[in-house]
Design a protein around this ligand. Sequence first.
Ligand code: SF4
Length: 329
Amino acid sequence: MEPLLNVEDLKIHFPIKKGLLARTVGHVYAVDGISLTLGRGETLGIVGESGCGKTTAGLGILRLIQTTGGRIHFDGRDITTVDRSRFRRLRKEMQIIFQDPYSSLNPRMTVNRILGDPMEIHGLYPGRQRAERIAFLLEKVGLSPEHGRRYPHEFSGGQRQRVGIARALTLDPTVVVGDEPVSALDVSIQAQIINLLIDLQKEFRLSYIIIAHDLAVVEYICDRVAVMYLGKIVETGTYRQVYRDPKHPYTRALLSAVPVPDPGRRSRRVILKGDVPSPIQPPSGCHFHPRCPERMDVCNRRRPRLAQQEEGHEVSCFLYSEQIEEDSG
Ligand code: SF4
């Protein structure tokens, strides 16, 4: 069956301008050729350290920022080049939950307005239906219709994120991108919000892309996972494949930092040296080679390509495949 969302070779490069003439002197290769799919009712996790390009990828897929290359197909339609007016109709199908429930809600608007404005813009739920819809959504996210009269500062962090989730649902979307949807919340609240997202997914038949640096969050909610490093996907598979049998040294290092009460799992912590390199001048060959505990001679000369290990499980690493990216020199 054709996936609901099909992203092919997505690139998002930001030009670096300098001087009076604003000449382009380089690029930030934030997302550098990623491909992924999302099925109906499925949850895909995109994970990686800060600066790996995962949030930029999410914004690009929703066309909230300009993409440089690649194709995005949604429900069989190529949405990469549709004009603004046609895309406005598609916009309601694809919504986002932002990371920070403090800054993502307008402090001067009541919750009724925060939820009502998108319906107004799209001409949905006119008249009395709008108030009914808002009350319905507030109840679905664990708030009450009375909360609609309040302003964002009158809520706790967890309640604000519930409002953010309700806002994402106002237009009856099919796909929701959660950009670190629980990372700004207390640990005690995180599980409640994750459970809420799971319940809403079942009830509204949503497809999720969950962007997170916390692999524990992703493991709990996702069907499949894509691990990103410096603008590229380095491993992807079902959550079982990636969590139970991680192949890429970067995935193994990330997972080794997640505390798990499972004696069957390896617990040796892999400490990665240094920070994620600059996406302006990514390292030669395999981008991970300066930090990789298992690098070989070939790794700084050639760039490995994602290659299938078993059905649905792909890894880009010379430990498993000799396939190289064509432009890797
Ligand atoms: Fe490490 Fe080489 Fe594999 Fe890159 S290709 S992850 S440097 S072993």
